[in-house]
Design a protein around this ligand. Structure first.
Ligand SMILES: Cc1cc2nc3c(=O)[nH]c(=O)nc-3n(C[C@H](O)[C@H](O)[C@H](O)COP(=O)(O)O)c2cc1C
Length: 303
């Protein structure tokens, strides 16, 4: 059997198939379908310092080959996460990556410090610098200087590995990737959703209460692949590929373009077993092709 384990920022993950933030909550629902520890890691829904109610409904809308969402980072806040949600995740022995967002650099740092206090069950922190659905959600991933500064300060607040999650809603994602690498990020995850909109022609109303939302799913895969490919050429830290991965072939494409691991998002809503099927498909494909490790195919696209 091909050994699927990978190393990112000194941490060994069982395999390169992870669950994407906001599409698996805190694991409870998917744990009814498969052992969470079968996957490489689970990335939590974004956690903020204070609880957030999110946007009113409607907050999701299905589009051709994808979906729009404007949840607005609804969550119960860091205190609830540490005192309640973490227990369940700890019992499941899944590698846990906690996704956080702040309104300021100081808020990101406070979150990092609080998570460091429970670092024995956390493998990494993912800095969500890229939510398109809240005001100022993109502030840190649109400006290279701010992006670098944010990571630099977060770096000082924790010894945990930092993954910077980048937005595609920028003119030059490579520049931002280089800035977060410079700031001390251990890895990059890309991409978050693309800003999109849909309108009901009977009522003339936008389909989402927030008017615009984030587009995800197969529709964004080619955009994400191109961004991973271009970024891989210019940085040294590992990339975790995200965007429209629905099956193992999609995941392999991301790895050929330079991703060391992938996150599965929208596919979880279509099929709760999607990530496990992707994992099994990847294992079989690598085995059949005679690879000893998934790392052997990373960046091997012959462009
Ligand atoms: C309903 C929904 C909620 C999401 N919430 C978050 C979130 O809280 N934090 C975050 O960093 N990304 C969030 N995302 C973005 C996903 O993690 C992922 O980057 C994006 O959906 C692209 O991957 P996909 O096409 O496989 O879904 C959310 C996506 C969806 C569809």
């Amino acid at each position: 059997m091909t050994d699927l384990s990978i190393q990112i920022a000194g941490h060994k993950y069982a395999n390169p198939v992870w669950l994407a933030s906001g599409t698996c909550a805190y694991g409870r629902e998917l744990a009814d379908y498969f052992p969470l520890s079968s996957l490489g890691a689970i990335v939590t829904k974004t956690i903020t310092l204070e609880p957030r109610l999110g946007h009113p409904s409607p907050r999701v809308f299905e589009t051709p080959s994808g979906m729009l969402n404007a949840i607005g980072l609804q969550n119960d806040g860091i205190r609830d996460f540490i005192s309640n949600k973490i227990k369940f995740l700890g019992q499941h022995r899944a590698d846990l990556i906690v996704n956080i967002a702040g309104k300021s650099i100081s808020e990101y740092c406070q979150l990092c410090e609080q998570l460091t206090g429970i670092s024995d069950i956390i493998s990494a922190i993912e800095l969500n610098m890229s939510c398109p659905n809240v005001s100022n959600g993109l502030e840190f991933s649109k400006n290279a200087e701010l992006a670098e500064q944010l990571v630099k300060m977060a770096r000082k607040s924790t010894h945990l590995p930092l993954i910077a999650k980048l937005s595609p809603n920028v003119s030059n994602i490579v520049e931002i990737a280089q800035a977060v690498e410079q700031g001390g990020a251990d890895a990059i995850s890309m991409i978050n959703t693309l800003v999109g909109m849909a309108v009901d022609i009977e009522t003339f109303k936008p389909r989402l209460s927030n008017v615009t939302g984030g587009l995800s799913g197969p529709a964004i895969k080619p955009v994400a692949l191109a961004m991973v490919y271009r970024t891989y050429q210019q940085i040294k830290i590992p990339i975790i590929g995200i965007g429209g991965i629905m099956n193992y072939k999609d995941a392999i494409e991301f790895m050929l373009c330079g991703a060391q691991a992938v996150q599965v998002g929208t596919a979880n809503f279509v099929n709760p077993m999607a990530s496990i099927e992707i994992l099994n498909g990847m294992q079989n494909w690598l085995q059949e092709k005679g690879y000893d490790s998934p790392s052997e195919i990373v960046g091997k696209v012959e462009a």
